[in-house]
Structures are given as structure tokens and as C-alpha cells.
Design a protein around this ligand. Structure first.
Ligand SMILES: NC(=O)c1ccc[n+]([C@@H]2O[C@H](COP(=O)([O-])OP(=O)(O)OC[C@H]3O[C@@H](n4cnc5c(N)ncnc54)[C@H](OP(=O)(O)O)[C@@H]3O)[C@@H](O)[C@H]2O)c1
Length: 276
């Protein structure tokens, strides 16, 4: 599987498991845990989570899913902006580590801009890194102007910006993604299936049928085919977790890429970054 180099020298895999909406309901917990464990058994090398998801419930499920494994996946988590002060970030990270029962988060992100001044958040990230509690740090939901501010404030920032990016939301391609590529900052594409909405697009279904894959596999493969882009589809069901991993086997020809561009046109001008 392709991977991206981060500033610490670590590598972030191109495909992982999302966890938003997990840990919210005791009734669905067993199914969610099973889906994550199954995904890890199949070889997914990364899990994306956040203190926000299920109010810590998703991180607890992640902790249970990775417990006792000989090979631990690459773990990404996020701090709430309202916790992202100098002291607040450190305390939030320690709570996340405890919930996941791990010593280190591989990539720790500011979930979105707001709350504390980012200088403070970055200072806390550096302290956490020095203490070995995180590997790398980055941001999420930052548009180009936010990224320019962030890069000015922290010259060492090159460890990812997690944003909404998929076939039906191609805005980042206009300016954000090219800027990030130039700086070697990986883009983590969240909601690669547009939370399932993309899968109802007849054009995607038709192209996927022609390729002999599913619409979800084609949507994920399109992201994986792009240098510097990684993605984190979420599913709480075994069949879909397996199906989504099958995206790695989908070969995209120039013809298919052109057909996708016709069905889901790239942006012709600046579109403000969308956020879910
Ligand atoms: N940084 C941020 O602000 C931010 C925002 C949003 C998301 N994220 C991260 O990105 C991850 C992915 O985004 P997302 O969860 O919003 O959306 P997504 O991965 O685009 O879609 C998830 C939805 O699609 C369904 N699904 C998954 N695979 C499917 C398949 N093969 N066929 C049909 N339906 C399928 C899932 O249902 P089932 O679970 O029932 O299968 C779920 O309802 C999140 O889980 C989270 O980790 C980050």
C-alpha cells in the first residue's frame, strides 16, 4: 500500500478506517468493535478517531480493537478546538491515550480552527512530541488561508490536513491540494463516500459496473490514485469494511479518469472548503 512520509520520518498509510458515529450507542457497540477488529485482521493499517466521536466512546472502542495485537495500526486522533489551549491540548491528549490504552498517538490533529490561538496548540503539540506522547501533529478542516497561517506559525508543520474531499466535493483540488503537494503535506480525505450519498449517483454506479467493481471501491480508488492523498472510509459492517479494502485492487485507466471528470467535474474556481 502507498504511504506518505511525515515530518518525524514516520510513514502514514494511504488507507485507514474511520470511526465517526461509533461509540454513540451501547446497542451498536459490539457491531462497531467487530467491524474494526475485522478490518485490522484484513490488514487495514490505520484508524482515524477523535475525542469528539461518541464523546470519547469511539476512542474506547479503538482501544479495545487494538488491544493485544502484535502489530498496532497507525493511530490518528483529534483535539477539540475548545480544548486546544496550551494546557488543554496536553490534558486532552492524555485522556485520549488513556481511553485507547496506548502510550502514543501517531498523528494528532487540531479538529478545526477556533477556540484557542493556534500558536498555543502548536506549542502543546511540540511538548507532546518531545514527551513521546504523539508522533506527528497536524490540522483538520483548514482551507488555504488557514494553512498559510499555520505554516507561518510553525515551519515544521508537514504532517497532514484532514479535509472533506471526494468525487462529489472536489473543491480542494483548485488551490488547497496543489499548495499542500508543493509543501509535501499529505491531504487526508474524510467522508470519501460523501457519507454514503455518493453511492446513490447513477453515473458512479455505471462506471463501477463497467470496471467490475462497486461504486464505493471506485470512489475510494479515485482518491488512492492521487499522490499525497490518503483516505479513511468508515463502516460498521464487516461486508462493507471488506468491500472498501477492495479499492486497492481497482486499476484506473486514463479513460475511466476522464469519464469520472465528466460525471464529477473538477472545480473551475475557488470554492470555500466545505466541512461536515
Ligand atoms: N476531521 C473531520 O472533521 C472529519 C469529518 C468527517 C469524517 N471524518 C473522519 O472520516 C471518516 C470517514 O468519513 P464519514 O464517516 O463521514 O463518511 P464516509 O466514510 O464517506 O461514509 C460512511 C457512511 O457510508 C456507509 N458505507 C461505508 N462503506 C459503504 C459501502 N461499501 N457501501 C455502502 N455504504 C457504505 C457507512 O454505513 P455503515 O457504517 O452502516 O456501513 C456510513 O453511513 C469518519 O468516520 C471520521 O473518522 C473526519
Amino acid at each position: 500500500m502507498r504511504s506518505c512520509k511525515l515530518s518525524s520520518g514516520a510513514t502514514m498509510p494511504a488507507l485507514g478506517l474511520g470511526t465517526w458515529r461509533m461509540g454513540e450507542s451501547p446497542r451498536r457497540r459490539a457491531e462497531e468493535l467487530d467491524a474494526l477488529k475485522y478490518g485490522l485482521d484484513l490488514g487495514y493499517p490505520m484508524i482515524d478517531t477523535a475525542e469528539m466521536y461518541g464523546d470519547g466512546g469511539a476512542e474506547e472502542i479503538v482501544g479495545e480493537a487494538i488491544a493485544g495485537r502484535s502489530e498496532r495500526p497507525f493511530i490518528v486522533s483529534k483535539v477539540y478546538p475548545h480544548n486546544a489551549s496550551r494546557a488543554g491540548t496536553i490534558a486532552a491528549c492524555e485522556r485520549s491515550l488513556k481511553r485507547m490504552r496506548i502510550e502514543r498517538i501517531d498523528l494528532y490533529l487540531l479538529h478545526w480552527r477556533g477556540g484557542a490561538r493556534i500558536e498555543e496548540t502548536f506549542e502543546a503539540f511540540h511538548r507532546l512530541r518531545q514527551a513521546g506522547k504523539i508522533g506527528d501533529f497536524g490540522v483538520s478542516n483548514f482551507d488555504l488561508d488557514d494553512m498559510e497561517d499555520a505554516a507561518r506559525l510553525d515551519k515544521g508543520l508537514n504532517a497532514s490536513n484532514q479535509v472533506l474531499y471526494c468525487l462529489s466535493r472536489r473543491g480542494p483540488e483548485y488551490d488547497l491540494l496543489p499548495w499542500m503537494r508543493k509543501k509535501s503535506i499529505p491531504l487526508m480525505a474524510y467522508s470519501p463516500l460523501d457519507q454514503g450519498g455518493l453511492l446513490r449517483e447513477p453515473a458512479l454506479k455505471k462506471l463501477a459496473d463497467g470496471l467490475g467493481c462497486t461504486p464505493a471501491q471506485l470512489a475510494i480508488a479515485w482518491l488512492l490514485a492521487q499522490p499525497g492523498v490518503v483516505t479513511i472510509p468508515k463502516s460498521s459492517t464487516r461486508d462493507r469494511v471488506k468491500e472498501n479494502l477492495g479499492a486497492l485492487d481497482v486499476k484506473l485507466t486514463p479513460q475511466i479518469l476522464a469519464d469520472l471528470d465528466r460525471a464529477f467535474p473538477p472545480p473551475r474556481g475557488k470554492q470555500p472548503l466545505e466541512m461536515l
